[in-house]
Design a protein around this ligand. Structure first.
Ligand code: NAG
Ligand code: NAG
Ligand code: NAG
Ligand code: NAG
Ligand code: NAG
Length: 262
C-alpha cells in the first residue's frame, strides 16, 4: 500500500512537472488566434450573440412587475440570475408576483424586512430548475427554492396541478399561476397575483415560551409594562392563546394569572 502511495505521488509530481515544463516551453506555439480575417459587415448581418437571458428585460417588457424588478435589482438577485442562466443547464423557473400582489401585502411588510430577508423573499420565488407547465403535473413536493429547502420548516413551497390550474402554497400564502410570461426551455416566468410568503420570514407562531418558573416573575413585570391595561387584557390574551391551540403559552398565561391573583 505504502509503496503504491509513493509510486502514485511520484507519478503525480512527474506529470505535474512535465506539464509545467510543457507550458513553459509552449509560448512560441500560442498565438494561433485567428487574425480577424473577414470583418466584412459581420455585425450587421449576423444575429447578436445570445448570451444569458436578461430576466429584467423580459419582466420590463411584460409590464406590471416593477416592484419585483426593483427588489431583484436591490437584492442583487437579478445579477445572480444572469450568472446562473449563463452557467446552469438546469434552467430557472420564476414565480413573478405582480405589482398589485405587492400592494396587497399588509402595509409596511417590505419595509419591516432586513436586507437578508429581502434577498430570501425574492429567492423564494425562484426555482433552480426549468419547469414547463406540463411538469407541474408530476412535480414532487416540496420544491427546493433558491432561498433554501423545506428543512426545519424554513422555505417549503408546494405546487399542485390539475387540468390547467396550478396551485402554489407556502403554508402561509395560497395562490395559483395566472399566466405564462415567458418560456424558452431554459427559463420559465409565470405570473402570480400574491406574494409567496415563506414561513422562515413570516411565520406568525410565537417563539417557544421559556418554561423556567424562576423567570416568570420578571416576565410578569414585562407583561405589565408592555400593556398599560388591567387584568381583563390578560383574560383576553388567554382566550386568544386557547383559540390558537398554543397549550404552552396558555399554560404560561395561566401561571401568570395565578400569580397575579395570589
Ligand atoms: C438587462 O435589461 C435591462 C433592461 O432592458 C438593462 O437595463 C440591463 O442593462 C440588461 N442587463 C444586461 C446584463 O444586459
Ligand atoms: C458566460 O459564460 C461564459 C463561459 O463560462 C463566460 O466566458 C462569459 O463571460 C459569461 N458571460 C456572462 C455575461 O456572464
Ligand atoms: C387549487 O385551489 C383552488 C382554490 O383554492 C381549489 O378549488 C382547487 O381544488 C385547487 N386545486 C389543486 C390541484 O390543488
Ligand atoms: C407540501 O407537500 C409535502 C409533501 O406532500 C407535505 O408534507 C407538506 O405538508 C405540504 N406543505 C404544504 C404547506 O402544503
Ligand atoms: C391554503 O389552502 C389550504 C388547503 O386548501 C388551507 O388549509 C389553508 O387554510 C389555506 N391557507 C390560507 C392562508 O389561505
Amino acid at each position: 500500500m505504502k509503496q503504491f502511495d509513493h509510486l502514485m505521488l511520484f507519478f503525480l509530481l512527474h506529470t505535474c512537472c512535465s506539464t509545467l515544463l510543457t507550458l513553459a516551453q509552449a509560448p512560441a506555439a500560442a498565438p494561433v488566434v485567428a487574425p480577424k480575417a473577414a470583418p466584412v459587415l459581420a455585425p450587421a448581418s449576423s444575429p447578436a450573440p445570445p448570451g444569458p437571458t436578461n430576466v429584467t428585460k423580459i419582466l420590463e417588457k411584460a409590464g406590471q412587475f416593477s416592484t419585483f424588478i426593483r427588489l431583484m435589482k436591490a437584492t442583487q438577485v437579478a445579477n445572480q440570475l444572469l450568472g446562473q442562466l449563463n452557467n446552469t443547464n438546469n434552467g430557472i423557473t420564476i414565480f413573478a408576483p405582480t405589482d398589485s400582489a405587492f400592494s396587497s401585502l399588509k402595509s409596511g411588510t417590505l419595509n419591516s424586512l432586513s436586507d437578508e430577508q429581502k434577498v430570501e423573499l425574492i429567492q423564494f420565488h425562484i426555482i433552480p430548475t426549468y419547469l414547463s407547465s406540463a411538469q407541474f403535473q408530476t412535480i414532487s413536493n416540496p420544491l427546493r427554492t433558491q432561498a433554501g429547502d423545506s428543512g426545519d420548516g424554513k422555505f417549503p413551497l408546494n405546487v399542485t396541478s390539475t387540468g390547467d390550474t396550478v396551485n402554489i402554497t407556502s403554508g402561509l400564502t395560497n395562490t395559483s399561476v395566472s399566466g405564462t410570461v415567458y418560456t424558452d426551455g431554459q427559463l420559465a416566468v409565470y405570473q402570480i397575483d400574491r406574494v409567496l410568503q415563506p414561513l422562515q420570514i413570516f411565520d406568525p407562531r410565537p417563539p417557544a415560551p421559556a418554561p423556567a418558573p424562576a423567570k416568570s416573575k420578571k416576565k410578569k413585570d414585562d407583561d405589565v409594562a408592555d400593556s398599560p391595561a388591567d387584568d381583563s387584557t390578560d383574560n383576553s390574551k388567554a382566550v386568544r392563546f386557547t383559540m390558537g391551540n398554543n397549550v404552552g403559552l396558555f399554560g404560561f398565561t395561566a401561571i401568570v394569572i395565578a400569580l397575579i391573583s395570589l
